[in-house]
Design a protein around this ligand. Sequence first.
Ligand code: FE2
Length: 372
Amino acid sequence: MADQLGLLGYDYVEFYVGSAKMWAYWHAKAMGMKITGYLGPETGVKGKISYYLEQNNLRVVITSAINPKKYEIYSFVDRHGDGVKRWSLKVKDVQTAFDVAIKNGAIPAWELVKTENENGFVEEAALKLYDDAEIVFVNRDNYNGLFKPGYGKPIQNIEIHTEETGLQAIDHIVGNVRTNEMDLWANYLNKSLNFETFIDFGPGDISTQYSALLSKVVRSTEGPAVKNPINEPYEGLKRSQIEEYIDEYLGSGIQHVAIITKDIIKTIAAMRKNGMEFLSVPDTYYDVLKEKGMEVTEDIDELKKYGILCDLEGQGYLLQLFTKPIGDRPTFFYEIIQRRKGAQGFGQGNFQALFESIERDQAQRGSLDKTK
Ligand code: FE2
């Protein structure tokens, strides 16, 4: 048996953005998250600002540079636009997880960093992922303070009126990579983190008359479920949305983070009230859904009202919906997902519906044409 890394599931996701304050406000307002922590000059950290947001087990960090010396943040945002810099995995012991991953062939991003104050300490170390992303191993068990040393209470005490969205935790995180890079990164995660390939969407599985993609889902074999689909473009008549992402992001990176909810109708109703924009689903989708006669608890007319996708998966079924890209470039977006009756995977029907709805958006941007 391979050496164990001691993985304990997802912890937080960190974005690098142009203005952390604006992004934090948007996450508080549209996503219904609470800004619970702040790091910056007021807490003794120079050159950058971070906001820490929480809701149930969902943890998001939003960081921007306020000093050109923070070149790593500036250069990331300059190249990729606002996007996910790193996602993290809780581990039993950071040094052990890092050593096993490196022995298995992972590329180190930075070695163990221990930050401490009077409330205890936090340890982290990171591996490289895709072009400029990272996977962080983190252990916060020995820290009694707010999130990590350096964070204090938010300095602005603004009351943000928002509908309760009931977002629970990260379900999966998806990467978009260039042609012929999918297997490379799937193998990298499988080898480095003892992951395994769980689903393989091959040529023709997800496609329209114009474009197509290939996708592999890798997942953890230890600890709570961690799932990481990886997409690459596949040849088609026009430019696929994965190519559009690569062109606009200027490289490979994180396409979306999926967040689990216990009641997707309530969540989507609240997020729509909060001003969140979602990809549209054609009415015909629900005619087909009714014809299928699936046994679902939800009222299909209500799913239609909120534009929620519904697909059988294994013994259960999946309810999913995708936001429009949340920044200026057509790159990163969120997914909201509810898994019913033990559905673990990713339904091909919903994946196809997602692919089609992104393509409709892409057509509006005029970016299906390969020559543009
Ligand atoms: Fe997804």
